[in-house]
Design a protein around this ligand. Sequence first.
Ligand code: GRG
Length: 318
Amino acid sequence: MDFEQELQKKTEMVEHIIKEYMPREAAFQKTVLEAMEYTMSAGGKRIRPVLMMSSYELSGGRDKLIEPFMAAIEMIHTYSLIHDDLPALDNDDYRRGRKTAHIVYGEAMAILAGDSLLNYAYETAVKAFALLESKYAASGAGLSDRGAEELRNELSERKHVEQALAILAAKPGIYGMIGGQVADVELTGSVLNEEQLTFIYENKTGALIEASMLIGGILAGADESAIEKLQKVAYNIGMAFQIQDDILDETATFEELGKPIHSDEKNEKVTYVTLHGIDASKKEAERLSKEAVSLLNSFGPDAEFLTELTEYLIHRKN
Ligand code: GRG
């Protein structure tokens, strides 16, 4: 497998799916749709939907049921970036190589665009039920003619969608991403201990990565032990991803990142890098990533893409 080619193919599929699911019709709310589209279409690595699709495929998933969830997780991630850049939070002027939403559309509209993306993510994800309905309606027969096995399959797939929705609701919330962000905001400027830093990373960054991989596994019908392994892999990827983000904030250029560098220093943020230095941070990202790879190896050769993606993420330059 040519990893770079496969990543590009998957990222293009994600772009296509996002386009398909973004809202189009607008009356007097036209400006907020433009602001949503502005930040969504600015690119970004699309790591969360790629991770979701890859863990779905690894778990044997083969149909379109995953697609509304892939679009939804990127909408939630993009909302978090729009809000994170606001003057009340990081007050950043650039993101994904463009002026941030509040610079272009004003603060009020950027807040509303973030809110709208969060809300629309759920409007999008519930479309998975409609996909299921047409899948089973297309299989032909009326209710009375349907075999017990087909009914069981439909019920089981509905259950998976419900479980995936519960994760999509919980992980971005107070026991996930927002919880981490609250601690990050409140503890900014103070010297963090290891427990506080871990809490922030697990939640602020890790929660959406975990949600992505869990939803992939659940929608494909993976068993409990596979789901448990996927969760551990996602945990390690999330922690390593944030440490690499900290490293890049110190070592990359504005052009590479498409957003300001040294923003942690500007915002007086204590990070893994400020606590342990660059070398130790690189070692920790390697360690977390190796652990994830060894868990992925237990899935066999089908995990090749995810394995390479895990390694790629800690060596990325943006
Ligand atoms: C509700 C006011 C309010 C704020 C919430 C929850 C939140 C804002 C922000 C937290 C999320 C955050 C910015 C976490 C950092 C995670 C991280 C490393 C983001 C960058 O992700 P990439 O590198 O970005 O995947 P691209 O642009 O590639 O998608």
